[in-house]
Design a binder for this molecule. Sequence first.
Ligand SMILES: [Zn+2]
Length: 189
Amino acid sequence: MTPDADAAPGRLGIIQDLANSYDDVRGRDELADAAAASAWLSRQGLLPEGAQLSSGEFGLLRRLRATIRDLCLANSGCEGHPEDLALLNDVVRQAGVHPSLERDGQPTLAVDTPSGLGSSGRLVAIVFEALWGGTWVRLKACPGEACNYAFYDRTRNNSRTWCTMARCGSRAKMRAYRARRRTSQRSTQ
Ligand SMILES: [Zn+2]
């Protein structure tokens, strides 16, 4: 469970849950197989109850999760991968994600594809909404070794990097300190 202080607002919370559906620390994977992944999507309201992902749809969802984790790391200042953006564009095309007007005249991204492919399309639509709404840059993943915990940065200037200073931040600082010390010892020898 994500602590309230770290939880992303609205539907972006679903993307955060997707990123955290693999727990690096405990090695626990909520999307371990197609059945588990189908149940996860149904709980999020993205796939009809009882529907099952095909193996291709399951593979796509796993790739989409890896991509979203990469993009959250990029939001924390890590290097991005252009192929991640290409995958989002691919899902948009394959799942037929398209702009649509609601009855009240509000623009939204709609997905008519009912299958598991449609559920990946709905996930990508949420990412686009967050990009347009300005909340995306605040969904970050901790770059700590074997961590990657996804959190929503609520600091005023969007400056948070670590899950917690105690768990990952201070360890990274200690590693950087040791590396600097090794370098300076070499240069004085
Ligand atoms: Zn961490």
